[in-house]
Write a protein that binds this ligand. Structure first.
Ligand SMILES: *Cc1c(COP(=O)(O)O)cnc(C)c1O
Length: 428
């Protein structure tokens, strides 16, 4: 069997040395992969249990049109999400267009003029800078008279508790905590650490709302930030919780009042959650959530495999080969534009869609350097599917994530290595 598998890889462009290198790396990862499988098992039962508890039925898979009054499937799905995250309520809608929209919605609906928003974990995700008004932008929180304050993490990645205490004042209404490092170099926060931070903040000001940007973090651990005191958790359905099947959407799960505020902002005062036709999208939302624990596990294995491969070849990787994981993003620093390009070409060549296309660096709006992206996804821009991107500037790092199945994530990483070997950037 092993022999056949190797031939199959060879037929798909993976040479014997690259394949064998991968197998050697994998030998040391069995135990860790076992742990990831146990987390997936736990989370699978959590999702299944929520679906059974709320009696998901065939009727829930039908959609509504028009106003969408009494949409059983939509309302039940929101109860399922609330159960999964152990919150009072949830808003899960195709009308939430992306993660940034979900976060903006949670912020704008729960803050009022004169309030202050506070980030105790440094600069938030790029797109939120315009939502908040850190970079001036039409319709930002700043335009509505909502101020913003931030405390950076200490150089070692720990919380600057002393400064956090000083920055919480009578105006502080909402605290935003980003779980994933996104495209920064700080460590991703574990749910446990998020819980410690929330406890600290609530001890200073009990009525402050704590929101967690949960993007890329869902189902990586057996607990979520809402299990450790977060009033709202927010994310995108074209990342982990959509399981690769949701073609659009975002969610906000949390305290009933917070979720209702968000619903009144998303639709209209007076209408809230009562409107919003689900059209034909509910089967993908339900089935995607059902698959999300194992899909997340596959992506996580891919990230760890990549870290171990490239670290052993001498490239700096974040997180490193042995660190515990709290999101699905893997950064690899190649140090040269050629390395970044070769890696992305390999990932693209491994895709189920557009594998024949060669990615090229381009001037993306909002970036100060050219960016190369590899994404051969079924859902455009989906980053739970195997994907990578890298700005063509120092330190020449790529950010890699996703993989709907472990075998595909593995193939993608071997294909990237093949590409680097083929260009003489790496010798095995
Ligand atoms: C992806 C992401 C977002 C924004 O989501 P989009 O769907 O790209 O708008 C926000 N925060 C973090 C940490 C993310 O990873």
């Amino acid at each position: 069997m092993q022999h056949d598998l190797k031939q199959q890889y060879e037929a798909m462009g993976i040479s014997a040395p690259v394949y064998e290198f991968g197998e050697k790396i994998l030998e040391n990862l069995r135990e860790r992969f076992g742990e990831i499988d146990r987390t997936a098992e736990f989370n699978q039962l959590k999702v299944l249990g929520a679906m059974q508890k709320h009696q998901v039925s065939e009727a829930c898979l039908l959609g509504t049109t028009g106003y969408g009054y009494n949409d059983l499937g939509r309302d039940t799905l929101e109860e399922v999400y609330a159960s999964v995250f152990h919150t009072e309520a949830a808003l899960v809608r195709p009308q939430i267009t992306c993660g940034t929209h979900a976060l903006a919605l949670a912020l704008m609906s729960n803050l009022r003029p004169g309030d202050e928003l506070f980030s105790p974990v440094g600069k938030p995700y790029d797109t939120l800078e315009e939502v908040i008004g850190i970079r001036p932008s039409k319709g930002s929180l700043a335009e509505y008279g909502i101020s913003y304050r931030q405390t950076d993490l200490l150089p070692d990645g720990s919380f600057d508790f002393e400064t956090v205490r000083k920055n919480i004042n009578e105006k502080t209404k909402l605290v935003t905590i980003q779980r994933s490092k996104g495209y920064q170099t700080r460590p991703t926060l574990s749910v446990k650490r998020i819980g410690e931070l929330i406890s600290f903040i609530k001890a200073i000001k009990p009525d402050v709302l704590c929101m967690v940007d949960n993007c890329y973090g869902e189902f990586v651990e057996t607990i979520e930030p809402s299990d450790v005191g977060a009033d709202m958790v927010v994310g995108s359905l074209i990342k982990n919780p959509g399981g690769g099947l949701a073609p659009i959407g975002g969610y906000i799960a949390g305290r009933r009042e917070c979720v209702e505020n968000a619903a009144y902002r998303l639709t209209s005062p007076g209408l809230g959650k009562e409107v919003g036709a689900s059209l034909g999208i509910l089967p993908q939302f339900y089935q995607g959530l059902f698959l999300a624990p194992t899909v997340t596990a596959s992506a996580l294995k891919g990230a760890i495999f990549a870290a171990n491969i490239y670290e052993s070849l001498g490239f700096p990787v974040v997180p490193n080969s042995v660190e515990s994981r709290h999101d699905i993003i893997q950064a690899v620093t190649f140090g040269t534009p050629e390395g970044v390009i070769a890696f992305c070409e390999g990932i693209q060549a491994a895709a189920p869609v557009d594998s024949h296309v060669k990615p090229e660096p381009w001037d993306m709006p909002g970036y100060d350097a050219k960016v190369i992206m590899a994404a051969g996804a079924f859902v455009s821009g989906s980053s739970i599917e195997l994907s990578a991107d890298g700005p063509i500037r120092e330190p020449y790092a790529v950010y890699f994530q996703g993989g709907l199945t472990w075998p595909h994530a593995k193939f993608g990483i071997l294909r990237s290595l093949e590409s680097l070997v083929g260009k003489g950037i790496v010798t095995l």
